[in-house]
Ligand binder design. Sequence first.
Ligand SMILES: [Zn+2]
Length: 217
Amino acid sequence: MFVGHYAAALAGKAIAPRAPLWTYIGAAQLLDIGWSSLVMAGVEKVRFDPALPGSPLILDHMPWTHSLPAAIVWSLAGLVLARWLLKLPWGTALVVGLVVFSHWATDWLVHRPDLEMWPGGAKVGLALWNFPGAEKTLEMALIALGGSAWLWKRGKYGRTAWPAMLFLGFLAALQIIGEFSAPTGDAFAFGRLGLSVYLLVTAVAWLVDRGQHRDEA
Ligand SMILES: [Zn+2]
């Protein structure tokens, strides 16, 4: 799951537009921002097997970002940061926290069982990666749904559609580039690439609705 995670961000923005778009975009990938940083630090582990269907990733060890308790802690941290740092209303901060958690829920759909229910505990995942066609269709359907909700809400506030369409096109382009680029097998380089892409998408989201969210309720 890559750009599919952003569907929850766009839906969150449609439900609670007071938070800037970048907040939701960062929130949707917060677990992977943490994960790619910890992979670079050597704390969490990733290996690659190009023969695997859907995704070459073997994720043996990621207790700090992708176990269920860790995902809950990261989600609460997202809620608290949104409330206290960004001074968002409680309801909006709660949506930000839910968008952080949506990452784990959508990873659960596609990952082969590598998500721990508790550190060292049973591992879960519905393994939709093993059916790449279905997995890609799901990701695109999620983006179409989240994107439609966001466009509809923007329309209600009289926003022009083109910056949002450009952003959706940007996500689609990233998905296509991702399809054609195989990891080199170097975990550090993979973590660095992931972190750069997540931060780039967050920065582009900031550009897309710069200064536009404050008057929306
Ligand atoms: Zn993830």
